[in-house]
Design a protein around this ligand. Structure first.
Ligand code: NAP
Length: 284
């Protein structure tokens, strides 16, 4: 390992501490308690684990959690009624609907129904549109976490050549917009990109968010580049790996995130930061 290891776990812990302090200060005002509603539909074990860790982290950061667990058989009408009730509930500052939803449910319709003022996951068209216009309100948590990691390693984003691998609404597109808003020159790559290696070789900043184990080879990384690996993939042996060949890439990178312990922990920390922001906005 030659490059700096970006310790997302430690940075996220620091951020969660900052949120806890700010939330405690808000709670000193009568009637104000930052509150996150968490909606989990069905019995997907991975979603249950994510919700459990988000709930625990929120409570540790002085953020109240309203848990809503709905059965696998939930209908669209039932879920939409719950979302509307949470939109109207003045106690609730932020709403998180854990994805993916069971197959009978239309997640786009659920996202459309969310009040943008409570969209702490940054998924609504309003949140994404505000980001595209350079006036972000709620930014999706993983991309927001990536930008914070770049700040922590003093990355020179302005004027840098940034290559983003992946163009999902949750990760790739918002990170590309954030980097562009920060004056990087951004190339957005996807499954039809003709020569991925060639694009990555030119990058000062690489953000890999494709979900393919170690697809990005170490020798694609330019000397001195910063590498953020968003990918979470489980190998046949049950090991977690990212989208980047970590050991080889670390020989060339100036700084790189490990998987696990890099970008992942930042996602929950940013969810709490967004909830705090929602609470501060609604309470003036
Ligand atoms: P997604 O919706 O499946 O999107 C994957 C993107 O990668 C798509 O844009 C796809 O291109 C592109 N892609 C797929 N194969 C490719 C290839 N061979 N070459 C170039 N591009 C390729 O996934 P996602 O939700 O963005 O998540 C991406 C990864 O990040 C997953 O491993 C996920 O588990 C992880 N993740 C981690 C966190 C965290 O907290 N660390 C949070 C969210 C997601 P097309 O658009 O052309 O199909």
């Amino acid at each position: 390992m030659i490059g700096q290891l970006i310790d997302g776990k430690a940075i996220a812990a620091k951020l969660r501490g900052e949120v806890a302090e700010a939330a405690a200060a808000l709670r000193k005002h009568p009637g104000i308690a930052p509150t996150l509603a968490v909606v989990l539909v069905g019995d997907d074990p991975a979603s249950a684990v994510y919700v459990k860790s988000k709930t625990k982290a929120a409570r540790e950061a002085n953020v109240d959690v309203r848990d809503h667990k709905l059965p696998q058989s939930t209908t669209q009408d039932e879920l939409m009624s719950l979302v509307r009730a949470l939109n109207d509930d003045p106690i609730v500052d932020g709403i998180l609907v854990q994805m993916p939803l069971p197959p009978q449910l239309d997640s786009d319709a659920v996202i459309r129904a969310l009040d943008p003022a409570k969209d702490v996951d940054g998924l609504t068209a309003t949140s994404l549109g505000n980001l595209a216009q350079g006036r972000p309100t709620f930014v999706s948590c993983t991309p927001k976490g990536c930008m914070r990691l770049l700040k922590e390693v003093n990355a020179h984003v302005e004027g840098a050549r940034a290559v983003v691998l992946g163009r999902s609404l949750l990760v790739g597109k918002p990170i590309a917009m954030l980097l562009q808003n920060a004056n990087a020159t951004v190339t957005a790559c996807h499954s039809r990109t003709r020569d991925l290696a060639d694009e990555v070789r030119r990058a000062d900043i690489v953000v890999a968010a494709i979900g393919k184990p170690e697809l990005v080879k170490g020798d694609w990384i330019k000397d001195g580049a910063i590498v953020l690996d968003v990918g979470i993939n489980r190998t046949a042996e049950g090991k977690l790996v990212g989208d980047v060949q970590f050991t080889a890439a670390a020989q060339r990178a100036r700084a790189i995130t490990p998987v696990p312990g890099g970008v992942g922990p930042m996602t929950i920390a940013m969810l709490l930061a967004n909830t705090l922001r929602a609470s501060a906005r609604t309470s003036g």
